[in-house]
Design a protein around this ligand. Structure first.
Ligand code: NI
Length: 180
């Protein structure tokens, strides 16, 4: 197990379209996945995409800790690895919510995301897995899968004034409330 170096915004690995994984059942890939989970938990973060640790392949890890599980979502989700994940939005509803990114430390922004998504992927044995995610879990999945296409949450924001430093997060919450 090892903590991996996290790429920061500006590094080109965060702006490329990542390659599909042809052979998921691979010890090297399993080690990368384990190290990504360890790095995510250490950061701490709720999600990490392979390009964020300088590996331009289509794999993400994420979890929903108990304290972040919301009412619309499925509750706590233990750390999970998705290989070649594909998301399909369920419904048209977009919801603004706060996001940060381990590759853009110190900042938070209000980002519109689909409220509910279906996800399909492979596990590390190469077996198909799928599910539905809502609320915070759906937001994490959309953020992480965007990374695999070189997209950062800043690109999804509607208003640059919706970006703030962590210490000013209260003002972002007020902006979100005002829009509801
Ligand atoms: Ni991110």
């Amino acid at each position: 197990m090892a903590l991996l170096k996290i790429a920061r915004m500006g590094h080109p690995v965060l702006r490329r379209r990542c390659d599909p994984i042809e052979v998921p059942d691979d010890p090297e890939l399993a080690r990368l996945a384990r190290d990504m989970v360890e790095t995510m938990l250490d950061a701490p973060g709720v999600g990490l995409a392979a390009p964020q640790v300088h590996a331009a392949v289509r794999m993400i890890v994420y979890h929903v800790p108990a304290e972040r599980a919301d009412e619309e979502g499925p509750g706590e989700v233990a750390p999970r690895v998705l290989v070649n994940p594909v998301l399909t939005a369920i419904g048209d509803r977009l919801v603004g919510g706060l996001e940060g990114c381990l590759s853009i430390p110190g900042l938070r922004g209000i980002v519109p995301r689909h409220e509910t998504v279906h996800w399909a992927a492979l596990d590390l044995m190469g077996r198909p897995i799928e599910g539905e995610a809502a609320g915070f879990e759906a937001r994490i999945l959309q953020h992480e899968v965007d990374h695999l296409d070189g997209v950062l949450y800043l690109d999804r924001m509607i208003d640059p004034a919706d970006l703030a430093f962590d210490s000013e997060i209260g003002h972002l919450l007020e902006r979100m409330e005002a829009r509801r």
